[in-house]
Each structure stands twice: as structure tokens, then as C-alpha cells.
Design a protein around this ligand. Structure first.
Ligand SMILES: Cc1cc2nc3c(=O)[nH]c(=O)nc-3n(C[C@H](O)[C@H](O)[C@H](O)COP(=O)(O)OP(=O)(O)OC[C@H]3O[C@@H](n4cnc5c(N)ncnc54)[C@H](O)[C@@H]3O)c2cc1C
Length: 451
């Protein structure tokens, strides 16, 4: 069986590994010059750092098993926690929550973040009966109704926007936190539901990093695929898929033996795995699925990551823990900061003393974030000025992200697409747009194809 895997992100690489392990003859076709998709390394002051995904959720065994099988070592983030930047100043991010929703509304850390008045409003959740259980409602509306707008705007929105790239007022509560509305019905309050979800969650850190960076997953997968004889074509976008005989003919943006040319090429195979991002996948799949199924999909959004290498010994004390989420950021300013060297000890150890890596995230496509803007944002968040001379390197990447599954109206379309794909001979589809955002979900889905 010859298998063509379209897209060389983590989903495509894992699908290729699964197919190769079955003895199939596999070709990975990747549009970009490098493999990895949203997992990518950039060189910053001479060190490769993650400019995309930088951690893996530890729930579910698939991702951790894969990382171990590839000979890579996982590591928990350093304890010390994240902070929240509010209009009033920086406070530790309240600890006992889910998606930023507190389980103890009157806890000291919640009061410090939203003020006592808003915390008392949130506490009303625990004494008012829940009368609307079962009615479809967005996460934002649920939180505002039960706990008030301050909880939504200051605690929940930064987490949900930052992690899932979706406005909570457009998000399906159960797609983001499976079981939340059922637990709400049982517990009678949102705080009680959050406490239930937390008590059901496995103990230990929810995420892990990879020593050396998550991008090592890509190089390790690539090396293993090459050892298994998998053919890898980069700089080769697939522009169309056609059923030919019992298999497929893919039209590619570049003929295989073209170097630097733009001539179209064709690659034939018996089975196709579509593992691109959602927009590209839907374009390729549309002619093969019932009409209306992939058309009219909600659009995604972009984000921009700026990484700074800074020589600043005052950061040795990790004044904002492992990072900061910014509540209600002013337009054009950073919505989150990760203090990477505080979060990942192996990274700090790989750098000269006093050197730090700081990653800032901006909502939207901001290709012109200047280094001075990023430095000003980082200075405001850390609470002291980073001098221009302390900056020893900058790197930047704009990410186009697909509409996440948590966006209202998306989740219910996924089973329909999966069912329609099973009707098309010799076709499988995987990737974050179907499995859900995040490496753990992507790896679990791509690793189980055909099983
Ligand atoms: C900034 C950022 C930070 C993140 N942080 C984390 C994190 O810390 N932890 C976590 O678990 N997740 C994180 N994620 C999410 C995670 O990275 C993704 O869910 C996951 O990597 C998606 O993998 P994928 O293979 O489905 O898609 P992608 O990574 O998008 O890969 C798709 C691939 O298909 C290629 N392609 C597209 N069109 C074509 C075509 N026509 N022909 C051929 N190839 C094509 C693309 O070039 C790309 O390489 C982050 C994402 C971003 C953007």
C-alpha cells in the first residue's frame, strides 16, 4: 500500500509514523520549507527556541509515550505559577480554577485579582439555584450569568483567548471543559462544577516540556521516518486531489525533480491522509464530500509571537513566575508573556548567566511589532525597564490559526465530517481542526488512524 500524507505538521508526521510501522510505503508532502507546522524552532542569540508550541498536555498517554519512544525526555515546568496583569497591577493567577473560573470565589487570590466586590458577586453563584441547566449557552454567557462580568473579563477571557484563541462569548463550554455543564447540573453551582472537574483531574503537572525544546519532537520524528524509508517532500504544496482508478493523484505546486521551479507536479498513491491545517484541508476535501459540509466554515484568527533574548540579571528572580496573562490588554499590546527561562530550567542552564528568553504573544497578525514595542510591553509587565542594550536577540512569527473546535457551531460539524470521510475510499483526515487544538489531542488522533 502506498500512502501519501499531505501536511508535515505533528499530525502528518505521526500519521506517517503509524503507516510506516505497518510496513506501508509512505510519502509526506509538506508545503513549507520545514516540517513541524505550529511546532517550530527559531535561532535566538545562537540557541534554538520554540516559537510555536512549547509544552504538551500530560493527560492521555499517547503524547508522552511517543516522546519517550523517540528517546526524548519530558520535564515539568518549574513551579512558581503564572501571574495575571490587571489594570490595578500584577497578581498571582488564582490557583484553584478551570479555564480561569474559580472554584472558591472568595479565596484570597481571587479577591486580589478582581476585588472584593466582584468576588462577592461571584460567590452568589454558590447560593443561587441553577435554573437554566441544559439550555445551550456560551461559556462567556454562563460565567457572566453565574459569577459576574469581572470574573469573565479578568479571569476567564485571558485564559480562554490565550490558550484556545477563542472569545469565551463565542465558545462552547463543554468543548473547552468536557463535563462542565453536567457537573453544573449536579453541583448546582458553577464553582461546585469547577471543583468537581478539578477533583476528577489526575494529580501532577498538567503540562510537560521536552528537554531541549518541543521542536525536538519534529527532528526526532523526521529522523525516524527517514530511517524507516519514508520519502519527505518539502516546499511542495498539494493543490488538488483527484480519484484515479483505485487510488489518488495529487497535484502539487512543484514537480518532485524541480529545484526552485514552480512547475506543477503529480504524486500518485493508493491512500491519502490529509493532515494540513483546517482551511487547506477543507479546500482539498470539498470536491469529495457532500456539498455544504465543509463550506461556510467560521474563520480562524492570527496571533503573533515575539521572542526576546535579554541580558538582565534582575530576571533571575523570576519576578512574574513562569509568565503573565494580561487581562483586557490595550489594542496592539501583548496579551501574554512567557518567561521561558523561568519556566524551563534546561533552557536557563543552556544560556550564559543572567541571560533570559521572554516570549510575548499579540492577538492578530502584527507583522510589524518592533523590538522596541516588545521591550516596552515586557518592561511594563515585569514592572521595571529593560534597557535597549540588554536585548541581545529578537525573533518573530505570525501564526494563522484555524477556528478552534470550541467555537460555537464547529464541534457538532466534526462527527459529520468524520462520517462523510469514511464513505470516501482510501481517505483519512486528521489534524488539530478535527482532533482539537494541542499536541496531546493531535498526536492521539493521528496515532490511532486506521486502528
Ligand atoms: C503560537 C502557538 C503556540 C502553541 N502552543 C502550544 C502548546 O504549548 N502546547 C500544545 O499542546 N499546543 C500548542 N499549540 C497548538 C499546537 O501547536 C497545534 O494544535 C498542533 O501543532 C497542530 O498540528 P497539526 O499537524 O494538526 O497542524 P499544523 O501544525 O498546522 O501542520 C499542518 C501542516 O500542513 C502544511 N500544509 C498546509 N497546507 C498544505 C498543503 N496544501 N499541502 C501540503 N502541506 C500543507 C503546513 O505547512 C503545516 O506544516 C500552539 C499553537 C501555536 C500557533
Amino acid at each position: 500500500m502506498t500512502v501519501l500524507v499531505v501536511g508535515g505538521g505533528i499530525a502528518g508526521l505521526v500519521a506517517a509514523r503509524t503507516a510506516a510501522a505497518r510496513g506501508q510505503s509512505v510519502t509526506v508532502i509538506e508545503a513549507d520549507a520545514v516540517l513541524g507546522g505550529s511546532v517550530r524552532a527559531v535561532d535566538l542569540a545562537g540557541v534554538p527556541i520554540d516559537i510555536g508550541a512549547e509544552s504538551v498536555a500530560t493527560k492521555g498517554a499517547g503524547a508522552l509515550e511517543l516522546i519517550a519512544a523517540l528517546g526524548l525526555e519530558t520535564t515539568p515546568p518549574r513551579r512558581g505559577g503564572a501571574w495575571l496583569q490587571t489594570a490595578q497591577g500584577a497578581v498571582p493567577l488564582p490557583a484553584a480554577g478551570v479555564l480561569g473560573i474559580p472554584s472558591v470565589p472568595l479565596a484570597d487570590d481571587v479577591r486580589a485579582a478582581i476585588g472584593t466586590r466582584a468576588a462577592i458577586r461571584a460567590y452568589l453563584d454558590t447560593v443561587r439555584p441553577e435554573l437554566r441547566v441544559g439550555k445551550q449557552e456560551t461559556l462567556g454567557s454562563l460565567v457572566a450569568r453565574r459569577m459576574g462580568r469581572r470574573v469573565l473579563d479578568v479571569l476567564v477571557r485571558p485564559v480562554v483567548e490565550g490558550v484556545y484563541g477563542v472569545d469565551p462569548e463565542d465558545a462552547d463550554a463543554d468543548a473547552l471543559a468536557p463535563g462542565l455543564t453536567t457537573a453544573l447540573a449536579r453541583a448546582g453551582s458553577l464553582a461546585g462544577a469547577v471543583a468537581t472537574l478539578r477533583s476528577n483531574a489526575p494529580a501532577g503537572a498538567a503540562v510537560a516540556g521536552i528537554v531541549g525544546g518541543v521542536h525536538r519532537l519534529v527532528s526526532a520524528l523526521e529522523a525516524e521516518l527517514r530511517r524507516s524509508g519514508v520519502r519527505i517532500l518539502t516546499d511542495t504544496g498539494v493543490t488538488a486531489m483527484q480519484r484515479v482508478g483505485g487510488g489518488w493523484r495529487l497535484t502539487t505546486s512543484r514537480a518532485e525533480n524541480e529545484t526552485g521551479g514552480t512547475a506543477e507536479g503529480f504524486v500518485d498513491g493508493e491512500h491519502v491522509v490529509v493532515a494540513t491545517g483546517g482551511a487547506a484541508a477543507r479546500g482539498l476535501l470539498a470536491p469529495h464530500l457532500p456539498s455544504g459540509l465543509v463550506e461556510g466554515w467560521p474563520s480562524g484568527r492570527a496571533s503573533t509571537v515575539v521572542a526576546l533574548a535579554v541580558d538582565e540579571p534582575r530576571l533571575d528572580a523570576a519576578p512574574r513566575g513562569t509568565g503573565v496573562l494580561v487581562a483586557e490588554p490595550a489594542p496592539g499590546t501583548a496579551s501574554a508573556l512567557t518567561h521561558s527561562t523561568a519556566k524551563w530550567p534546561w533552557l536557563a542552564e543552556s544560556l550564559p548567566s543572567g541571560r533570559h528568553i521572554v516570549r510575548l504573544t499579540y492577538r492578530g497578525r502584527v507583522p510589524d511589532v518592533t523590538a522596541s514595542r516588545a521591550v516596552a510591553d515586557a518592561s511594563r509587565i515585569f514592572g521595571f525597564p529593560l534597557g535597549p542594550k540588554s536585548i541581545v536577540g529578537t525573533a518573530q512569527q505570525v501564526w494563522e490559526q484555524d477556528a478552534p473546535r470550541a467555537l460555537i457551531g464547529v464541534d457538532e460539524r466534526i462527527p459529520l465530517i468524520r462520517a462523510a470521510v469514511t464513505e470516501v475510499p482510501e481517505l483519512t483526515v486528521t489534524g488539530a481542526w478535527l482532533s482539537g487544538t494541542g499536541l496531546a489531542a493531535v498526536i492521539a488522533d493521528a496515532g490511532s488512524l486506521g486502528s
